[in-house]
Design a protein around this ligand. Structure first.
Ligand SMILES: Cc1ncc(COP(=O)(O)O)c(C=O)c1O
Length: 393
């Protein structure tokens, strides 16, 4: 039987540079020891106090169907958090609770794109973006950025592709680059959105992981609240990746329609998970800082290791759990570098090419293993890069 084009064409086809990742996983499955610096998952598990709250809620009976838009308490908690962080008055009517940020990304595009519409995203990009856009029947179009601009979108690049598009998807703090968009960049983006009448979908799932500067949500910029949908999540801020709890914040009318979408797709998020999310957020920023601390420490370690060599360039590492390293001086592509590093040293990193063409000649390093092993792997990586550069010289 024939399947829909929508499902069979969800990914663009081709390997897209994910071969290195699958090869590393196959080596691990075959019993080999591989240092994995690939995916964005904490090396700690969900805090025991959050698990206790989850258990208490489930044991207390919150195991039936929960309210589809989210529990009143969680919607209010997220709304209050948004109000505090953006200055834009936000109420529960502006919030839809979703099974993770990924589901919110899908819902957001569903809300603003019709079949065949063009939806923009910034290249380099988080792996699921183009597929999420195709999933709602829209056409993904990349806004190309440059390493010289720390991969921040420029107005000329936005203008080049924006005519006729419906939406623009951004992500700050950024996966895969580790860059945090400054006010100037966000103002450029918001001006472009207004000039081209675009919805802005702002993925802010790393908003608690900022090492330099501060996180700014474009929802708080002048006249942006009515055209912005903010994606948030408990995954990264509270090490709750497996709990699948996120949200979308936007204009009440959009949220109203999205509740209907949720009724016909996810039917909400388990009540005991939502209760645990409320508990976690009630602990305030101290718990968020505790969860972010290992990545900040490793970023500092990486900066000092990289300062002692001159083959690899570091894209300003300002937030999120990744480093984007410029390895063009080795003469290798990101993919060749990552494959050779895996073969010779059993260290797995992601080629920049996995995240789009803008990050070719780069690699992404996830800071998701303990400090000592992380520092040792980075030292080996630097020595490998330096030897490769000498060979090409
Ligand atoms: C940029 C970005 N957005 C969204 C997500 C999805 O997160 P979740 O669905 O776990 O909330 C991730 C996960 O790695 C991510 O890196």
């Amino acid at each position: 039987m024939q399947l829909s084009k929508r499902i069979t064409h969800l990914t663009g086809g081709g390997s897209d540079g994910w071969d290195v990742f699958y090869r590393a996983r196959a080596m691990i499955a075959a019993g080999e020891e591989v240092t994995e610096l690939t995916i964005g998952e904490h090396d700690i598990r969900t805090h025991a106090s959050i698990l206790n709250a989850m258990h208490g809620a489930a044991a207390g009976g919150h195991t039936g169907y929960a309210m589809v838009p989210g529990t009143d308490t969680l919607r209010r908690t997220v709304a209050q958090r948004m109000t505090e962080r953006t200055g834009v008055p936000t109420g529960p009517e502006n919030v839809l609770i979703t099974p993770g940020g990924q589901s919110a990304l899908f819902a957001a595009h569903h809300a603003v794109c019709d079949e065949g519409d063009t939806a923009l995203y910034i290249d380099p990009y988080y792996a699921t973006y183009p597929g999420t856009i195709r999933g709602v029947g829209a056409f993904p179009k990349a806004v190309i950025t440059r390493p010289e601009d720390a991969f921040k979108p420029q107005r000329s690049a936005l203008d080049q592709v924006a005519t006729g598009a419906r939406s623009l998807l951004i992500n700050t703090p950024n996966n895969p680059t580790g860059v945090v968009y400054d006010l100037e960049t966000l103002e450029t983006i918001s001006e472009a959105c207004k000039a081209h009448d675009l919805w802005l979908i702002s993925d802010e799932v790393y908003d608690t992981q900022v090492w330099d500067g501060s996180h700014i949500s474009p929802r708080g910029l002048p006249d942006m609240a009515d055209r912005t949908l903010v994606v948030g999540s408990m995954s990264k801020s509270h090490a709750m990746t497996g709990s699948r709890c996120g949200w979308l914040v936007g204009p009440a009318q959009a949220i109203d329609h999205l509740i209907t979408l949720a009724t016909h797709t996810t039917y909400g998020v388990p009540g005991y998970i939502q209760d645990a999310a409320v508990f976690a957020m009630e602990q305030g920023s101290a718990l968020e800082a505790e969860i972010a601390a290992p990545f900040r420490r490793r970023r500092d370690l990486a900066q000092s290791i990289l300062a002692a060599q001159n083959t690899i360039g570091l894209i300003p590492s300002q937030g999120a759990m990744y480093l984007m390293l410029d390895i063009r001086a080795t003469g290798l592509s990101g993919e060749d570098f990552a494959n050779a590093l895996l073969d010779r040293h059993r260290i797995a990193v992601m080629p920049g090419e996995s995240f789009g063409r803008a990050a070719a000649g780069h690699i992404r390093v996830a800071m998701t293993i303990d400090d000592q092993a992380f520092a040792a792997a980075l030292e080996t990586l630097c020595a490998f890069a330096s030897a490769a550069a000498k060979k090409t010289a």
